[in-house]
Structure formats: C-alpha cells, structure tokens
Design a protein around this ligand. Structure first.
Ligand code: 5GP
Ligand code: ZN
Length: 111
C-alpha cells in the first residue's frame, strides 16, 4: 500500500523521531502549525480512528502524547491533542495519527 505514514513507521522514509515504542512512533510534523507540532503514528495501518478497535493502542497513543509533551517541554505550559477524521474533520493523511500541538497559546476555537 502506498501510504506515507506506513513508510515513515517502517523507516523507509526518514523523519525526526521523538520517541518510539513497539507499536507506535512520535515524529515531528513536516509542516508545523505551532512551535511544537508532533504526530503519534501507530506502526500498524488504520485508515482512520473509526477503523481501529485496538483500545490498548489508543490508550498507548495518549500515553505517548503525554511523554512526548514532557520531552518537548510543553507539559506545564499546555498542549492540545487532535485526531482529525475524514474530510470535514480535516484529515489529509489516511493513516491514523494524533497531533500534539503546543509552544504557543492556542486559540479557544476548535475549527
Ligand atoms: P491530517 O490533516 O491528516 O490530520 O494531518 C496530516 C499531517 O501530516 C499534516 O500536519 C502534515 O503536515 C503531516 N505530514 C504529511 N506528510 C508528512 C511527512 O512526510 N512527514 C511528516 N513528518 N509529516 C507529514
Ligand atoms: Zn499506513
């Protein structure tokens, strides 16, 4: 399958890795929307959160987001975790991922 995040997860394409576990990777977003903009990417392909029934993995994604926020120094100042789903949710890469945004005050608006 021609999936950019599968290629990143299997290290066929280089990315800036912040942390890695057996099941997932946290990388820097190539087009950051805030000083800290990371992506939690499961190594297994799920097109969207709707396709994922691995609740352990979902929990691990949140744990990884907490750890990556700590490592990036935004734990105290604050950060936002976002999972965009399908077209109106703003999803552009159809491999499940969670954004971690921080390092500046984020607008209270959600969209
Ligand atoms: P979405 O809009 O699907 O929620 O988010 C996709 C994100 O992936 C975007 O923020 C985009 O900048 C990021 N992205 C797309 N291609 C690459 C890539 O090749 N490497 C990295 N590190 N990020 C990417
Ligand atoms: Zn994929």
């Amino acid at each position: 399958m021609d999936c950019i995040f599968c290629k990143i997860a299997s290290k066929k394409i280089n990315s800036a890795i912040v942390l890695e576990t057996e099941k997932l990777m946290v990388i820097k977003d190539v087009n950051p929307q805030s000083p800290v903009h990371l992506l939690v990417i499961p190594k297994k392909h799920y097109s969207t959160i709707l396709d994922c029934d691995d609740t352990m993995l979902m929990a691990e994604m949140f744990e990884a987001a907490k750890e990556a926020a700590r490592l990036s120094g935004v734990e105290k100042s604050g950060f936002r975790t976002v999972v965009n789903t399908n077209e109106e949710g703003g999803q552009t890469v159809f491999h499940l991922h969670m954004h971690i945004l921080g390092g500046r005050p984020l607008t209270g608006r959600m969209g």
